[in-house]
Design a protein around this ligand. Structure first.
Ligand SMILES: NC(=O)c1ccc[n+]([C@@H]2O[C@H](COP(=O)([O-])OP(=O)(O)OC[C@H]3O[C@@H](n4cnc5c(N)ncnc54)[C@H](OP(=O)(O)O)[C@@H]3O)[C@@H](O)[C@H]2O)c1
Length: 189
């Protein structure tokens, strides 16, 4: 069965972006970046891949990415309408018009949509974010790979932006890097 994996970077206090979508406070740590680029090259946006030697890197884990409109728009604002051209790209939105033939806009219920995707042959599915979409997909998430950076910001867009609903996960791997960032894998129990 294709896994749904939420792979994302957060602050210590659980924010994936600032209140206005800022993300420059999440440091680009060379040790974390080199490790994760090697393990999950398909999560590097297409336009950045040449700069890190990943132009023709094969997808190792995921062949599909899911984004909420809020996570897709930063790229769109930069004029990039197909940020992960090497993956099948789905953007959840009830307001966006189709902006790129390589990106499918989805207005269907996210849970039903993911269950349909799981019926199809394919590799694992990357839930890119953000917190709004992740909260709606909480029951479907098999695994989370959380890059936690040693910074507190006090307010912003949370990792999960939804109702109170405790859900247990087991820690199935963790690494602390010299830079102070930690990458932890959580698996649904
Ligand atoms: N740190 C990281 O690794 C990381 C990763 C990803 C994202 N981010 C950041 O997270 C922020 C975005 O997160 P967010 O929580 O605000 O937004 P989001 O979850 O990315 O997107 C929310 C939008 O998705 C659409 N949507 C949600 N549920 C839907 C449904 N059931 N059916 C159809 N469309 C649906 C809606 O778009 P419409 O209003 O168009 O209907 C909604 O406004 C950005 O600032 C981004 O940079 C950070």
């Amino acid at each position: 069965m294709r896994k749904l994996t939420y792979y994302v970077g957060t602050t210590i206090d659980g924010f994936i972006a600032g209140p206005d979508g800022q993300f420059d406070f999440l440091p680009i740590e060379p040790d974390v970046q080199a490790t994760m680029n090697a393990e999950l090259p398909e999560t590097v946006p297409t336009q950045f891949r040449p700069a890190v030697g990943l132009t023709d890197a094969p997808n190792l884990r995921f062949d599909t990415v899911l984004m909420g409109r809020g996570s897709y728009e930063p790229a769109l604002r930069e004029g990039i309408s197909s940020p992960y051209a090497h993956l099948r790209q789905y953007v959840f939105s009830r307001t966006l018009n189709n902006s790129d033939p390589e990106v499918e806009i989805v207005s269907a219920d996210p849970v039903s949509f993911v269950r349909q995707l799981r019926q199809q042959d394919g590799a694992d599915i990357w839930l890119c974010g953000g917190g709004n979409l992740a909260s709606q997909l909480r029951t479907e998430i098999d695994e989370m790979i959380i890059k936690r950076y040693p910074v507190v910001i006090g307010a912003g867009i949370p990792l999960f932006d939804g109702p109170f609903d405790p859900t247990r996960f087991a820690v199935t791997g963790t690494r602390v890097f010299d830079s102070g960032a930690a990458v932890t894998t959580y698996t649904r129990t």
